[in-house]
Design a protein around this ligand. Structure first.
Ligand code: TXA
Ligand code: MG
Length: 361
């Protein structure tokens, strides 16, 4: 257990980072964090997906601090994190059978479910919508923090709005230093992408944001589940049902281009784009699968992981984008991956990071 302080004169607050064991978290450390939450403060903590920026979800003033620290648009609702079905029942009008089934199969874990909300849920959480998004995380630190706080914890990803979600405490510090009092450092998060957001309030179960639980996983229990058609449409009139999906998100400072198609042609196209950009004096970073790495020369080459192991690609994705940004590349060229299983969530994030720029070969 280490404890250190990050001081910056120009900042308004000192951000403390405490290191904690993820598998067997030190109770005293979580108690201190829970005391801050109960006091109406915000605390960054690890979950199995990405780091969250947590506040007491029933305390409107505390939740306002989250929006302020992230620079988050007010019309983007937050997820409430619960530690038990009891806590869930205090927040929602009912638990439909399909929701019960998903909770049984996937909770605790990276699945967020929309429920019809009760009045107790503040408007600031739902951005005025009739539904509230709720999940029970599986990370021991997250679960214990909720229990010791004694309240549902509202937590978006702990990045500045528009930046890639944080998968390490150092990413949180990059974005939140001086803005929040405490970061609980539980090491790297597992999944590396955010939870799946599932809407069970319409005609068909609909995934509004692909994530840690895949469409294939959900279909094992809800065979008629679909993905919000607006996510794969180029029709600008189709508005995603999840407000967060309409923003450019996960965006690196560098320009980013995705290249998709048959593997050999993808490699050739990326080499071509790289050569052309280098002629203009640009520094290029290439994001590729392990299998293709030997084909490239560039200022930076980032190995996302084997095509055979998309879970590893998901785990590495946001760290790689942040890392390339830190090395000040001007252009990121990235191989697309297949959209099966977690690939759908990977491509959703990559498309947003690239602002929709895809070259198909
Ligand atoms: O894995 C995760 O879900 C992480 C960790 C910290 O739990 N949290 C997270 O929160 O990704 P955030 O705020 O970055 O993303 C929440 C997404 C947004 O796209 C938001 O628009 C959507 O969930 N959302 C929240 N409430 C909603 C609602 N009532 N209806 C539709 N979408 C909703
Ligand atoms: Mg987010």
């Amino acid at each position: 257990m280490t404890l250190f302080f990050c001081e910056k004169d120009e900042m308004d607050m000192e951000t403390k980072v405490i290191r904690i064991s993820s598998s067997d978290p030190e109770e005293e450390l979580i108690k201190a964090a829970a005391a801050l939450i109960r006091d109406g403060e915000i605390v960054a903590f690890p979950t199995e997906t990405v780091y969250g920026l947590g506040a007491d979800g029933l305390n409107e003033d505390a939740v306002k601090k989250i929006f302020h620290a992230k620079g988050r648009p007010q019309d983007n609702p937050l997820i409430l994190h619960v530690d038990s079905i009891d806590m869930l029942e205090q927040l929602v009008m009912d638990i439909p059978p399909a929701a019960r089934l998903c909770m049984e199969k996937f909770w605790p874990g990276p699945l967020t479910i929309l429920f019809r909300r009760l009045e107790i849920v503040p408007d600031i959480i739902t951005a005025g919508l009739e539904t509230v998004a709720i999940r029970m995380p599986s990370h021991p630190v997250a679960l214990r923090l909720i229990s010791l706080s004694g309240a549902p914890i509202a937590a978006p990803s702990a990045n500045s709005s528009g930046k890639p979600s944080p998968t390490r405490a150092e990413h949180v510090l990059e974005d939140m230093d001086g803005k929040i009092p405490l970061i609980i450092d539980g090491g790297e998060t597992g999944v590396g992408l955010e939870s799946t957001v599932l809407d069970l309030t319409g005609d068909k179960p609909m995934i509004l944001r692909p994530g840690g639980i895949t469409l294939e996983d959900v279909r094992k229990f809800l065979p008629n589940a679909i993905v919000d058609p607006a996510l794969s449409s180029s029709d600008r009139d189709m508005i995603p049902k999840s407000p967060g999906q309409k923003y450019r998100h996960y965006a690196p400072k560098a320009q980013m281009i995705l290249v998709s198609g048959e593997s050999r042609r993808v490699v050739d196209e990326i080499k071509r784009i790289t050569a052309e950009a280098e002629l203009k004096g640009m520094k290029v970073g290439i994001m590729c699968c392990t299998e293709n790495k030997i084909n490239y020369y560039a200022y930076r080459i980032a190995d996302m992981g084997s095509l055979e192991d998309k879970d590893t690609i998901a785990h590495n994705l946001f760290h790689i984008i942040r890392d390339l940004d830190r090395s000040k590349v001007d252009l990121i060229v990235c191989e697309a991956v297949g959209e099966d299983e977690i690939g759908l969530a990977i491509m959703n994030r990559l498309l947003k990071a690239a602002g929709g720029k895809v070259v198909k070969v």
